[in-house]
Design a protein around this ligand. Structure first.
Ligand code: AHR
Length: 497
């Protein structure tokens, strides 16, 4: 690593679009994400809601331009039978959530509730089908139920349940973590299973076509990706997933707020590992799909710590500090820079679970530092990637080091250039020189930082961490001089020439 970070813009923006779907979210039936998170029930009288969905949550997620939302799992998806979640709520059978806390759910939030909520959010739904305990017919029926506009048994059933027009759901997961909670399958076996399921998932003349996503590798399991790319015919495959969490050690994940510097460093190392994972999985995909027709879909990512003391261990509720802002800033820059292959991603999970963007408590709601990073970065959604070369300073801990600075850049449809920069160093500022592609007239910026790395928003102080105006960037000819304070995320916009 060099002493002083230098960022060099390529002279031309690329013809690669940073898909807005990289900025997707994930809502599992897990802990308080759906019930008591998104959904408070139609009879709730203390929280403002629309058909049981919190209005404050809808408003906050709309401000992120939330592009898609994955549901109903996760591990839960492979236990979920969608037909139990349609029809009159009082006659829906219950389900025991065997993966997450063993709680009994009444299925009051089902297919209609989710898809109608996506319409409120302006987000595209991404449905994860049950492959492990379901049947090919069951998933084929689900597709028909939500997507068929004509007359058919499933479309007629949908109408009986009050929805005339299909929802046109494009994104479909064919199982989840098939190597683990989704059936403990081998990649060869899963590839065959996938082929059966995918064959019967018709697009029903859906205007956007259907986009089937194979359950992907666990972090560095490259053989998984290789086997899927080799054994699944590509006319049945639009995306291959990948899951990677920024975790210190699965048997000792550490607290979400009172972490040591060593735990911080280990989290950053794991977050940075995403760069290598995306690069190597992409290289395997390039071998079988040089034209990049199949997308890499990182449909679970984020920081994973011990649950907050006193909360249900099966509910995965954790706080969200500036450390999480660093994870989000680095990871989204990695996805942007690999946008040619990474065309969709889902942060785990939206509300009250893992690296949430929103926490709720009764009628109260707060936005986490991760929310603010997603909001600042939304300028990259559907913009053209500007490739950058980054020579970064190092963040050293003991004998190890990781890059201190992470950067990505884009050009939006209005001609504005956006640069997102992260300094993960906990104590040292970074003075970054950006060599631009041309001269610009004006720079504006926003910054997310705080007095302490462990700072977080609470229900008593919900606005402790929020974006502020950034004044530490100076333009000089074709050069930009940026001072990044320790643990800081900055997004700059350059206008005019
Ligand atoms: O996001 C929590 C869980 O993590 C998901 O259910 C599963 O897919 C993964 O292991």
């Amino acid at each position: 690593f060099s002493q002083q970070p230098i960022v060099t813009f390529s002279n031309q923006p690329s013809d690669i679009t940073i898909s807005r779907h990289i900025y997707g979210h994930f809502a599992e039936h897990l802990g308080r994400c759906i019930y008591d998170g998104f959904y408070v029930g139609e009879n709730n009288t203390t929280v403002q809601h629309t058909a049981g969905v919190r209005n404050d949550v809808v408003e906050a997620l709309r401000k992120l331009n939330i592009p898609n939302l994955r549901w109903p799992g996760g591990c839960f998806a492979d236990t979920y039978h969608w037909k139990d979640g349609i029809g009159p709520k009082e006659s829906r059978p219950a389900i025991v959530n065997t993966w997450w806390g063993g709680v009994t759910e009444d299925n009051s939030f089902g297919t209609h509730d989710f898809l109608d909520m996506c319409e409120l959010l302006g987000a595209e739904p991404y449905l994860a089908g049950n492959v492990a305990t379901g049947e090919v017919q069951e998933l084929a029926d689900w597709v028909q139920y939500v997507n068929h506009g004509g007359r058919s048994p499933m479309a007629d059933l949908r109408r009986e349940n009050g929805r005339d027009e299909p929802w046109d759901v494009k994104y479909w997961g064919v199982g989840n973590e098939a190597w683990g909670c989704g059936g403990n399958m081998t990649p060869n076996y899963y590839a065959d299973v996938y082929r059966r399921y995918a064959t019967f998932m018709a697009d029903w003349n859906n205007s956007g076509g259907i986009f089937r996503i194979a359950s992907g590798a666990n972090s560095g399991d490259y053989n998984w990706t290789e086997t899927l790319m080799k054994n699944i015919p590509h006319h049945l495959l639009e995306g291959v997933a990948l899951h990677h969490y920024a975790v210190i050690d699965w048997s000792n994940k550490g607290p979400s707020t009172t972490f040591s510097e060593e735990q911080y460093f280990r989290t950053m190392k794991s977050a940075w590992h995403m760069e290598e994972l995306v690069r190597k999985h992409s290289a395997i995909m390039d071998k079988y799909d040089p034209d990049k027709n199949v997308a890499l879909v990182v449909d679970e990512w984020g920081g994973w710590y011990d649950v907050e003391p006193g909360t249900n261990p099966g509910f995965l509720f954790q706080q969200n500090t500036m450390r999480d802002a660093m994870i989000a800033g680095i990871t989204l820059n990695i996805f942007n820079n690999h946008a040619a292959r990474v065309r969709m991603a889902n942060l785990a999970q939206t509300i009250n679970v893992l690296q949430a963007v929103i926490l709720t408590e009764g009628e109260k709601m707060l936005l986490t530092p991760t929310y603010h990073v997603m909001e600042m970065y939304k300028v990259h959604q559907d913009a053209r990637l500007i490739p950058v070369e980054v020579q970064t300073g190092a963040y050293k801990f003991g004998d190890e080091e990781v890059p201190a600075v992470s950067v990505s850049a884009s050009l939006d449809s209005l001609g504005n250039t956006h640069i997102s920069l992260v300094n993960i160093h906990p104590t040292e500022e970074q003075r970054v020189t950006v060599n631009l592609d041309k001269t610009y007239g004006k720079v504006e910026g926003r910054v997310l930082t705080s007095g302490d790395l462990k700072d977080h928003n609470t229900f008593e102080h919900p606005d402790r961490i929020q974006p502020a105006v950034f004044n530490d960037a100076q333009l000089k000819d074709k050069m930009l001089d940026v001072r990044l304070a320790p643990f800081t995320v900055v997004v700059l916009t350059l206008h005019g020439s």
